[in-house]
Design a binder for this molecule. Structure first.
Ligand code: WQD
Length: 341
């Protein structure tokens, strides 16, 4: 636990941000939440309070508004920042590159300007396995690998974010930690918090749960001609609560280099078809699906080497993909029954 407990959580009503706030509150931190609701809903604030029994300090606004952002640093004694606020859909970034570069990079640059002015040096940066630029990892990806050419503008914004942070850390007291997510899925085990995408989900598991709940006609599996055992893409699906816990652990991680980087995954790959079959087996609900063309920006297979986080963050994924599927389905049913959108 770090001494001063005020932590700025940007993008705090998003999928991973909201679950991280629950973990922060439960460990005695005071999250200062910032969000512009571009890919989330104000109802998430109520759900966080339902679980924690605490009300969050919340600011609605856009980090590209320097005056708004600076006002938060003026009002609070922040001891660190967890930066989630970014657009994150791979295929959407291929369609709207400027949208992604503007939102993801200008927000980060403004944040770093405020952190420098107010001497806030600790930042946990939401990065991604897409920075490896690997099309088909037959071996688990390790942090020692050099970052490559990301396969989408989304991946480039994460790659550029890491480079910016590393360069600034080399010339200042800024001490960033990059957490490279593989595929966060699932929902809070209480069933009262989960993914709440605006519009049709980009990600596969919420699309499955919405299809089974009758909100979508069928799942389209994007491509079955990949170089994988069943032809569908392989990803490393990790429970969102495990990802959230890693962020809190990273806050108190001390290191003697300018920055540090950790993979957040389970070390196991699962194909889209395997995910569908697992969902059907666990819930007893059939998933209506068809095969469609490949989606731009997708790669064949990605999965993580997770030994570094275990050794240096004393963290590893504790929940299984089955836990995540069950929690995601529980949340989908809860949110529909309670008309949360
Ligand atoms: C997974 C697989 C799709 C939807 C995500 C996040 C990204 C990053 C990594 C954090 C792919 C297939 C999907 C559908 C499908 N996370 N799919 N039908 O693209 O790996 O990226 O995790 O940094 O921010 O977006 O996840 O769930 O979109 O796709 O067949 O309707 O499911 O083709 O093979 P992705 P995803």
């Amino acid at each position: 636990m770090i001494e001063n407990k005020e932590i700025l959580v940007t993008g705090g009503t998003g999928f991973i941000g909201s679950h991280t706030i629950v973990e922060l509150v439960e460990l005695g931190y005071t999250p200062i939440v910032l969000d512009n609701y571009s890919n989330s809903s104000s109802s998430i604030i109520r759900q966080i309070s339902l679980i924690t029994g605490k009300k969050c300090i919340f600011y609605q606004g856009d980090m590209r508004d320097k005056v708004f952002l600076k006002s938060i640093f003026t009002k609070h004694q922040l001891s660190g920042v967890i930066h989630f606020a970014a657009f994150k859909a791979v295929a959407e970034s291929v369609e709207k590159p400027l949208h992604y570069y503007d939102n993801n990079l200008v927000a980060l640059i403004n944040l770093l300007g405020c952190m420098e002015e107010f001497r806030v040096n600790k930042i946990v940066f939401s990065s991604s396995c897409t920075v490896y630029g690997v099309e088909n990892s037959l071996e688990p990806l390790t942090e020692q690998m050099s970052v490559g050419k990301p396969n989408s503008p989304y991946g480039w914004t994460k790659w550029m974010g890491e480079q910016m942070l590393a360069d600034i850390a080399g010339k200042s007291d800024l001490r960033p930690i990059f957490l490279r997510y593989f595929n966060p899925i699932g929902a809070h085990p209480s069933g009262k918090l989960g993914e709440l995408p605006l519009g049709p989900p980009n990600n596969v598991l919420p699309y499955i749960t919405q299809t089974v709940a009758g909100l979508r006609k069928e799942l389209t599996i994007f491509g079955k001609d990949y170089d994988t055992p069943d032809g569908t893409c392989v990803r490393d699906y990790i429970h969102v609560t495990d990802v959230a816990k890693a962020h809190v652990r990273a806050l108190s991680h001390s290191f003697n280099s300018n920055f540090d980087v950790f993979n957040l995954g389970t070390g196991k790959g699962t194909s889209v078809l395997e995910l569908v079959r697992l969902f059907e087996k666990i819930t007893g609900k059939p998933v209506n699906y068809q095969f469609g063309p490949r989606r731009p920006g997708d790669v064949d297979a990605l999965f993580a080497d997770v030994s570094k986080a275990k050794k240096f963050l004393n963290w590893n994924a504790e929940r299984t993909i089955e836990d995540a599927i069950l929690d995601a389905w529980k949340w989908e049913q809860y949110r529909l029954e309670n008309e949360i959108s």
